[in-house]
Design a protein around this ligand. Structure first.
Ligand SMILES: Nc1ncnc2c1ncn2[C@@H]1O[C@H](COP(=O)(O)OP(=O)(O)O)[C@@H](O)[C@H]1O
Ligand SMILES: O=C(CO)[C@@H](O)[C@H](O)[C@H](O)[C@H](O)COP(=O)(O)O
Length: 469
């Protein structure tokens, strides 16, 4: 970060606005140790009347979870925050009206903001752009193909089906860009190449939007954010926020995927397997690598911008912890039909306990519940069912195995070996909280596996900032 210093006794606040939860950490700037971390589930999913395959979240509920996190941090430390780093779920889009995107309030000595003229967040899980919609879109000038749930594809969908929706807004970004814009009262949203690449129609070699292609297609290009380099300051807080002084520098928002990698990849021989709502298996490409100029939509591997012109090769699966979460919710609703109330956390614990007692199974679960970007029509299935493999342990073991085997199909162990990988770092809460998934990673991949913590992206974004000061 090319601006002021974090100072000896200061802290960096790192924040990750995930699909399921918001996490915050305080990193002691000098020692680079995490002194505090908090996490709250957003419960932000909303049912949309727009489209059967829509996946939308309420920004007010995401900000409410952020408020819970901030209120739980020690006030004396917040006063000493010198920098704020923000990252979060990529690909999604939220739109707002410049200058009235939020309302600031002060109550009981706390100053905070709440969303005002803001759309719902249309997330990376959104499925409204099917193959027909995508094939009718202009060809991008990018090595990355455009998939459903990508910000630009979503805008194209609204242009065709509900143009009046778009005319109500003047600014757009990912949810993490929105938070940075509000904290700094920016007139215009700024975005890093990490998040811009996740929207589609962005050329990572020139670091520019495909403005001409988009303009020719009638795309409302005034909604596109202004580009800034990853790791740079986006602005400064416009007023005090939870005790953090006004004029505190805020980094331009980064991708949660890149930040989880930053928090734990210390060696070129490391691959990182991050599992939160989604899952990514990734390794760093050599510094001189440049991706081919046109996309291969059938490839399960994508090359996403990291820092300083480098790239990460990634198998970004749409089916990670959300597959387990769907299984848990299914059991929960079945039990409710029987009149039984069991908490979600008890269901997770029992499933993990049962599957740990069942180290193997011949039951096969194909876990691609949401399809994959390279194979959108794939779905989940169960096979090799017999009367002896239907216990909770067998089924949970098979679900966990299916999630990991899908990742290994997308990025096979041989390709990791060929890239010089000799160790896997496991990160993300879905993995750190689930010993069955951990066992399956160790079974499927012939590498030593070490595990990080469950707030990795929030730590990563704080580390990026503290390393640049
Ligand atoms: N009690 C639990 N035990 C084990 N895994 C859990 C539990 N609660 C949630 N999970 C897993 O964690 C995932 C969400 O992880 P999280 O880090 O909050 O996601 P995100 O970063 O996408 O917001 C869920 O999809 C689920 O698989
Ligand atoms: O597709 C990619 C990267 O290409 C995604 O994995 C990216 O990290 C997105 O942010 C996630 O899909 C959402 O993150 P999370 O909430 O599952 O942690």
């Amino acid at each position: 970060m090319a601006e002021s210093q974090t100072g000896c006794d200061g802290f960096v606040l790192g924040m990750d606005l995930g699909t399921t939860s918001v996490k915050v950490v305080l990193l002691e700037a000098q020692s680079k140790t995490v002194t505090e971390s908090r996490s709250f589930t957003t419960h932000a999913d909303i049912s949309s009347s727009t489209h059967t395959h829509a996946k939308e979240q309420d920004p007010a509920l995401i900000i409410a979870a952020l408020d819970q996190c901030m209120a739980a941090l020690p006030k004396d430390k917040l006063k000493k925050v010198k920098f704020i780093g923000v990252c979060g779920q990529m690909h999604g889009i939220v739109l707002w009206k410049s200058n009235s995107g939020c309302e600031w309030q002060s109550k009981d000595g706390i100053t905070r903001f709440s969303p005002k003229d803001v759309s719902q967040l249309i997330t990376w899980q959104d499925g409204r752009c099917d193959t027909d919609v995508l094939s009718a879109l202009p060809k991008p000038d990018s090595h990355l193909s455009v998939a459903t749930g990508f910000g630009c594809a979503t805008v194209f969908w609204y242009m065709k089906h509900r143009p009046e929706f778009l005319s109500g807004f003047s600014d757009a970004g990912t949810i993490q860009d929105y938070v940075v814009s509000m904290l700094c009262s920016l007139d215009k949203c700024v975005m890093t190449g990490q998040n811009a690449a996740s929207w589609g129609y962005f050329n990572t070699a020139t670091n520019q939007w495909n403005t001409h292609i988009l303009k020719d297609a009638g795309f409302p290009v005034h909604l596109l954010p202004v580009l800034v380099d990853s790791g740079r300051v986006a602005g400064h807080t416009s007023c005090e926020w939870y005790g953090i002084p006004a004029h505190t520098a805020v980094g331009a928002a980064l991708g949660d995927f890149q930040c989880s990698v930053y928090s734990c990849m210390t060696d070129r021989g490391h691959a990182v397997l991050n599992m939160s709502t989604s899952a990514q298996l990734t390794f760093r490409m050599p510094a001189e690598f440049t991706p081919t100029s046109s996309p291969d939509p059938l490839s399960p591997i994508a090359y996403f911008p990291y820092f300083e012109g480098s790239y990460l090769a990634v198998a970004a699966s749409l089916n990670g912890g959300n597959v387990m979460a769907t299984f848990v919710r299914m059991l929960d609703s079945w039990m409710k039909e029987f009149g039984l109330e069991v908490s979600e956390s008890s269901i997770y614990s029992q499933l993990i306990h049962s599957a740990l007692a069942q180290p193997n199974t011949d039951l096969t679960v194909t876990s691609t519940l949401l399809g994959e970007r390279h194979a959108p029509s794939s779905s989940a299935s169960v096979s090799h069912i017999s009367s002896s493999n239907l216990s909770l342990g067998h089924v949970t073991r098979a679900v966990c195995r299916g999630i990991i085997e899908n990742l290994a199909t997308m990025m096979p162990p041989q390709s990791l070996q060929a890239a010089g990988v000799c160790c896997i770092i496991g990160s993300g809460s879905a993995l750190s909280c689930n010993a069955v998934l951990q066992q399956e990673v160790e079974r499927v991949f012939p590498f030593p596996v070490v595990y990080g913590k469950d707030v990795d992206s929030a730590v990563g974004v704080a580390m990026v900032i503290s390393d640049q000061t």
